[in-house]
Every structure is written in C-alpha cells, then in structure tokens.
Design a protein around this ligand. Structure first.
Ligand SMILES: Cc1cc2nc3c(=O)[nH]c(=O)nc-3n(C[C@H](O)[C@H](O)[C@H](O)COP(=O)(O)OP(=O)(O)OC[C@H]3O[C@@H](n4cnc5c(N)ncnc54)[C@H](O)[C@@H]3O)c2cc1C
Length: 406
C-alpha cells in the first residue's frame, strides 16, 4: 500500500487543551492502553470528564516502538480469554473508530526448533482449540508453502521442525491505532494533555485525591496507571511496590522492499520475529536486554545475535540493509502475564506488566481496565490478573507462549 492511501495527518485529529483543575478520573500515560482505557470509560461508562496525562508526546513510548504483532494463541484459559477478546475487538474496531488502521490478518507462525518446542507447541494448539482460538500445527513443508523464503533445511543451526499457526492473527499500523483512539476520545470530550509528567500523588490517608504534574496539581477522584515501562516508578511515588522489572527491548526495520514476506514468523527459541510492513520495510524484533534500565536503547550485541539467527532462517535477508534500530522499555512480570486491577491505594488502579506483548492486548486492556476504574471492581476477564496473585500464588505462567511474547 502506498502512502497516498494512508489516513490524514494526526495534527487534525484532537485538541491540545490545558489541564483543568479537576477531573472525575485521570489516566497516567498516553500510550495505546491509556487511550483505549479513556475511550471505553467515555463510551461504555459515560465518564467524559477525564484526562490522559502524557509526559512526552502522544503514543511516543512502546506504542510507537512495537512490532505490532497481534495474536491470541496463549496457553492458559485466562490468557486465551482476554487475548481472544482483544482479537475480536481488533476485528470490529476499525469500523467502530471509523479509522482504517490497516489491521491485516495475514496469520502468525511460531516456529518450533527442538523436540521440546514441538511438544509444547502441539499442546498449545490443542489448548487453543479447546478455548475456541483458531490454531493449527504445520509440518516444515506446510511452513515453507506459507512462507517460501524461510530456510527449512534440516542441517541449519535452528532447524524448523514445524510451527503453530493462527490464521486470524496479524499486524496493524500502531500509530494509526493511537490516532484512531485519540480522535474518538477527543470527540467524546476526553482531554489529551501532552508534555505533562506526573511527578507525585496527593493522598488523603490511603485514598488518592489528586496528581502532581509538571503543569500543576490536578484534583481527581480516580487514577488509572497506564505507564508501561515506568509503572513501578509511579507505584513507588504512590507508596507501594509492583513485582515488575523494566528491560530494554529492541527492534529494527530494513529499507523498503517488494512484497517477499506474506505472513508473520516468530521464533521464540531464538527470539526473532519478522513481518513486512504495509509500505514494504522488513520489521524485526529481538529479545530483551537482561539488565534493568529506563534508557530507550538496547545493547548492540543483543540485536546482532538475533539478526545472525534471522539471516540463517531467512538467507535472503543477507541482502537487505538495516534502516534504523530503536528500543523501548518493557514492564515484565515473573509469570509473563499482565497486572490489571485494583492497587493497595484506594481509588488508584493499575494496568501494567504487559511486557513484550501488550500491543495485541490494547483493546481488551482498555475495556476491562475502564470497567475496573468505573465500577471499582474487576471485569470477569481481568479478575485473574489481579496484583494479589503474587501473594496467593495463582500465577498464570505464559513463558511458553510468550518467550518473547509478541
Ligand atoms: C521493540 C518492541 C517490540 C514490541 N513488539 C510487540 C508486538 O509485536 N506485539 C505486542 O503485542 N506487543 C509488543 N510490544 C509491547 C507493547 O509495545 C507494550 O506492551 C504496549 O505498548 C504497552 O502499553 P502502552 O502502549 O500503553 O505503552 P506506552 O506506549 O509505553 O505508554 C506508556 C506511556 O506512559 C508515559 N509515562 C510514563 N511515565 C509517566 C509519567 N510519570 N507521567 C506521564 N506519563 C508517563 C510514557 O511516556 C508512555 O507514553 C513491543 C515492545 C517493544 C519495546
């Protein structure tokens, strides 16, 4: 698709108001999750006197930096339910938001390179089907038919022994998704306030009553945290700790190419995932850097190692040139599942821990988090993802489905 067909420039899509003295609810973080939460608060719960506070520019965090893979083939019932609900929302949102964000259901493959991978993958296909998620197991020849440029020789370092395949999965254009939500939020009366960093919270006992920002104090009855990689920094300001580690995660794009890569291919084993964007760039992601940090850049050796594996899997990539690389800060939990629910502070709610895979969850995160903020109780889909699970031990371990989680 050429740039001529892309929707209009974002300058025209929302106002840039100054913050008011008081709102019914304040959402901290203007990424995809903050925008989706505000949209569903306004649309489903009639809460329109709300503000999204963003320390930088709209959707300039992980929302702008992710590789846009959308799928729902997670192992456990709780995860399949929330991610599949998200996928169903992705399928209807372009019409609902009246914005074509180029959601392309071109299928996602997860390669298996070892006998352990094969066993885990076949088990996951079975579990997915029981949960009504479209899932197939492909042998190497079927993998090759779907993605002819993939090397399936059995003498390579990472032999392809098969793959899971979800036909309804795919990619969307992330900046357009943000603009689509932002425009609807604005239409519904939500104030989107950029360059407004939250620096602290105002509390009455254990109840939050306002936020301190670089543009002055704002009173509010409810606060929803949607700060991804900075979630634990904000929790610390509010007086509680989150079981979150923040890591750099990198990706890169090549220059533009003719269509060569018709689907999305992920290898959890080597932490490489590849798709071809609408304009023609090859989009590739890596695994997380192992150290904790907040600089939005990763180490060269991590991306170099992953690209070496990518070139072995896709020999033709040796002829492509890297156009640019970047990094984001992802918020990981010890069970590779998100935290969406209440916090230890009254009237403060947390949505975080989506780690390396939260783009796909954006619509369901927004819908369930809005329900939680509006009603003070979790939606049935986010109830299992409460913070308390780290005390009760009811963890939802998705490391198998989410090794790199995209
Ligand atoms: C390289 C990379 C590849 C990825 N690939 C995929 C993928 O293919 N598929 C997938 O599903 N997921 C992917 N992810 C993960 C996904 O991007 C995130 O899980 C998701 O974007 C997090 O939600 P968000 O969009 O709201 O986060 P963000 O866009 O990061 O939003 C959080 C916002 O909070 C703001 N903020 C922080 N602190 C403050 C403060 N004190 N005051 C005000 N604002 C504040 C930040 O500036 C930021 O804009 C990837 C991530 C990276 C980095």
């Amino acid at each position: 698709m050429s740039a001529d067909h892309l929707p209009e420039h974002p300058d025209f899509l929302w106002r840039n108001p100054d913050p008011k003295k008081s709102y019914d609810a304040v959402i901290v973080g203007g990424g995809g999750h903050g925008l989706a939460t505000a949209y569903f608060l306004a649309k489903n719960h009639g809460m329109t006197n709300i503000a999204i506070l963003e320390k930088g520019w709209l959707a300039g965090g992980n929302m702008a930096r992710n590789t846009t893979i959308i799928r729902s083939n997670y192992l456990w019932d709780e995860s399949a339910a929330i991610y599949e609900h998200a996928l169903k929302l992705w399928e209807i949102l372009p019409e609902e938001l009246e914005y074509d964000f180029l959601f392309s259901q071109r299928g996602v493959m997860n390669l298996a390179h070892t006998l352990g991978d094969v066993r885990e993958s076949v088990r996951r296909v079975g579990a997915n089907r029981l949960n009504g998620v479209d899932a197939e197991w492909l042998d190497p020849q079927q993998v090759k038919e779907l993605c002819p440029i993939l090397n399936i020789n059995d003498n390579i370092r990472y032999p392809v022994m098969g793959a899971t395949y979800q036909p309804r999965a795919g990619i969307a254009k992330h900046d357009h998704v943000a603009w689509a939500f932002a425009r609807k939020c604005d239409e519904l009366g939500v104030d989107i306030i950029q360059n407004c960093e939250v620096t602290g919270f105002i509390k009455d006992g254990n109840r939050v009553t306002g936020v301190k920002t670089t543009r002055g104090d704002i009173n509010t009855e409810k606060v929803g945290l949607c700060a991804a990689g900075h979630s634990s920094v904000l929790a610390e300001m509010a007086g509680f700790r989150l079981p979150i580690q923040s890591h750099p995660l990198q990706a890169l794009v090549s220059e533009l190419h003719e269509p060569v890569h018709p689907t999305v291919v992920m290898s959890n084993h080597v932490h490489v995932y590849v798709s071809q964007a609408h304009k023609g760039e090859l989009v590739m992601g890596a695994g997380v850097d192992s150290y904790n940090g907040y600089g939005q850049r990763g180490s060269f050796h991590v991306i170099e190692e992953q690209m070496a594996a990518a070139v072995e899997l896709f020999p033709i990539f040796a002829r492509a040139h890297v156009l640019r690389t970047w990094g984001g800060i992802v918020d990981t939990t010890l069970d590779a599942s998100p935290i969406v629910g209440l916090s230890p502070v009254e009237n403060m709610f947390v949505n975080c821990g989506w780690g390396t895979g939260g783009f796909k969850g954006t619509p369901a995160a927004g819908l369930t988090f809005a329900h939680t903020i509006a009603t003070g109780a979790p939606h049935k889909l986010n109830k299992p993802f409460a913070l308390e699970r780290f005390e009760t031990g009811a963890l939802i371990d998705e490391h198998g489905a989410a090794a790199v989680a995209h």
